[in-house]
Ligand binder design. Sequence first.
Ligand SMILES: Nc1nc2c(c(=O)[nH]1)N[C@H]1C(S)=C(S)[C@@H](COP(=O)(O)OP(=O)(O)OC[C@H]3O[C@@H](n4cnc5c(=O)[nH]c(N)nc54)[C@H](O)[C@@H]3O)O[C@H]1N2
Ligand SMILES: Nc1nc2c(c(=O)[nH]1)N[C@H]1C(S)=C(S)[C@@H](COP(=O)(O)OP(=O)(O)OC[C@H]3O[C@@H](n4cnc5c(=O)[nH]c(N)nc54)[C@H](O)[C@@H]3O)O[C@H]1N2
Ligand SMILES: [Mo]
Length: 763
Amino acid sequence: MAIDSSNRIDSGDSPEFKPYHHPAAGWGAAKSVTEFMIGKEKEPILGSRAILKMNHENGGFDCPGCAWPDSIKGIHLDICENGIKHVTWEMTHKRVGPEFFARHSVSELATWSDHDLENQGRLTEPMSYDPDTDHYVPISWADAYALAGTALRELDDPDQAAFYTSGRLGNEATFLYQLMARELGTNNLPDCSNMCHEASGRALQAALGTGKGTCDLADWETTDALFILGVNAASNAPRMLTALAEADRRGARIVHINPLVEAGATRTIIPHEFRNMATFHATSTSTLNLQPRIGGDFALLRGMAKAVLEQAASDPHALDQQFIERYTHGFEEYRAAVAATPWSLIEEQSALTEAEVREAARVYGEADRSIISWCLGVTQHEHGVDTIREIVNLLLLRGNLGREGAGPSPVRGHSNVQGNRTCGIDNTPPARFLDRLDEVCGITAPRANGYDVVGTIEAMQAGKLRVFMAMGGNFALAAPDSAYTFEALRKCDLTIQVSTKLNRSHLVHGTRALILPCLGRTERDEQRGGLQQTSVEDSMAMVHLSKGMKKPASPHLRSEPAIVAGIARAALPDSTTAWEHYVEDYDRIRDTMAEVLDGFEDFNRRVRLPLGFRIKQPARELIFLTPSGKAEFSTAALPDTTPEPGTLSLATVRSHDQWNTTIYSDDDRYRGIKNLRTLVFMNRDDMRERGLSEFDEVDITSIARDGSRRSVQRYKVVPYNIPRGCAAGYMPELNVLCAIGDFSTQSDQPIMKNLTVVIERSA
Ligand SMILES: Nc1nc2c(c(=O)[nH]1)N[C@H]1C(S)=C(S)[C@@H](COP(=O)(O)OP(=O)(O)OC[C@H]3O[C@@H](n4cnc5c(=O)[nH]c(N)nc54)[C@H](O)[C@@H]3O)O[C@H]1N2
Ligand SMILES: Nc1nc2c(c(=O)[nH]1)N[C@H]1C(S)=C(S)[C@@H](COP(=O)(O)OP(=O)(O)OC[C@H]3O[C@@H](n4cnc5c(=O)[nH]c(N)nc54)[C@H](O)[C@@H]3O)O[C@H]1N2
Ligand SMILES: [Mo]
């Protein structure tokens, strides 16, 4: 099937490119939101009332957008343009009911764009695929559970099933979901984190003994220097702009490290400061912008460490000697590894000059307290784990850990992706967690590791996986190698999608398929025990409650915990787990979680505190659960990440107007793009070398490690301020180019930011 053309969403209007020179957020954002709410979704009143309840300290729901923490300063509106779009998208009046599916066959829907699919509105009833007519037809909840239960019971081996999680799922549903998988007997719990921050978890676990950052917002508010690597804050974590602007006002230094100078890396208008919006008063969000080559961060960080260590020869304050001696392990080996890395290699690999690297090091050396923050620009690489360990190395040199205003601070993606892992979504679970789960829940969890995302796709292809269930997300499109993944999903006996909106994963299905529509985060969740709340954990390990207030989109929707319990009961008829009892009142789920999960003691009481509670981070207290009991320096040598002659490194990124696989429009305001998604950003010199001008059509061909090639055709070239040898374009369209075998050997994450490509004029 023509995957490439089916998910193109270019509206057909003439594309425009006008570099953006205004500050991020402010009136542009306000206008965009207004157009979005009134123009396209036509629900201004409904939207605005709900939005006032978002991220509110007393009640309200957690913004289902990004995982940036809520402001701890209380009442001001801590919302952003993209959070508003996200919520409005969920609250649409449009509905996808049985009549819709009766009108359109699956083969027909497969030719629609991804935007058009989701834009049909909210799913209203459970549906089952009928292979005779190629239509989805209504099915009762009882029959849907029975169908799923029978398929799961009939497996020869529980490892023939896999249970995917997208990072939306609340903690309580998460806990029940992993319990069901493990009671069935499998650790096949792939999740979106396998494509997102797996590298961060692994690096921090190895270095510090906890797989999370150690900072909270109070640290961001007191730090002297912030280093932001590979984050497009203005689009993907807009509330970070507030923290950046406030830091700048206090006189903190801010260094952005990104091959692209993104909108949030210069100036912003703080979203909730209406006075500034009225006067167009923009606040600076940067001290220094460095544009390394894609994959050049490790070299840059190594260079900064080299400069700091050189400085230490004459300046006793360059290093925190006491900290290094008392709390770290492996310093001498690290010093030797840095000494063995010549400046020439650092320059070559980072594509920055020694002077630029020294400038970043000077900012770092002058700051008493530094935070280093990162997102996908660092994680989705072959050397993601080594790069994040180098971030920690650099922090350790000056004792930037375990004190206010200092530490590593990854920016997570989905609003509860961190909570999913905390609550047991892990295909390689620690033995200690399984022991506790067995003891408290009276099950015998399997000990063998399960499949991650790539492993799941490979197992489907090999015929080893027969039932695939997804709690949210859009696995077919989010995963790498679309053609291969589509083929894999179609080999399953049964695919089950628990979703709010129609998407590609409903159309790329197994022999049998179920669509189970669930409540969204904004909606009231009534169970026998009354109105329920669900908890989530943000990027900075704060756990708090989220309560939907809106009338559900349809009376037939069920909550995610209820759906898990329904399937679990059907699949495990003799289970002694009190599935039904749990769903009546989520406090009961939380009571069990309190017994199983570290740091969740007294869960029900603490989660009801006004801002919830913070899960203790041992590393923050300078307790390192590592083999040496200390923070570990790492000593990897710099890899060669420069592109071969004739090829470019391509990063797949999000536009300003999308949420992962959810595409709101074909504009990308902050990058100056209108009406175009099938584009590739290139350096002018690389274009000239190929005889290309703006909007010329090109074919992009990726070259996988095994030599296999994948292409997209007729993409338009956009000249952009990006280092030579680098290119960028949008996910998920470009997932076609990501080879299934090209995952990092360090993190097992698919390589989505450093594809080797050839770009040629289309025939
Ligand atoms: N509105 C909105 N918000 C979102 C999302 C969304 O789709 N829309 N997605 C959510 C999710 S799940 C996630 S994980 C996050 C993603 O948030 P981001 O990590 O900001 O996501 P990307 O768009 O992939 O952008 C990656 C950034 O890294 C840069 N980059 C690429 N390669 C390199 C490199 O080698 N080095 C460096 N230093 N930088 C590089 C790119 O130029 C870009 O600025 O956002 C979350 N929030
Ligand atoms: N090439 C490339 N590929 C990538 C990335 C990249 O940077 N480049 N990024 C990767 C990353 S970081 C991530 S996190 C993944 C994202 O992968 P996923 O999490 O799988 O994808 P999403 O697009 O976030 O999922 C959107 C769907 O979630 C459903 N949904 C929305 N709200 C709810 C809800 O409340 N409950 C339920 N049950 N369903 C809901 C809707 O049906 C919607 O269609 O993609 C990865 N893929
Ligand atoms: Mo993500």
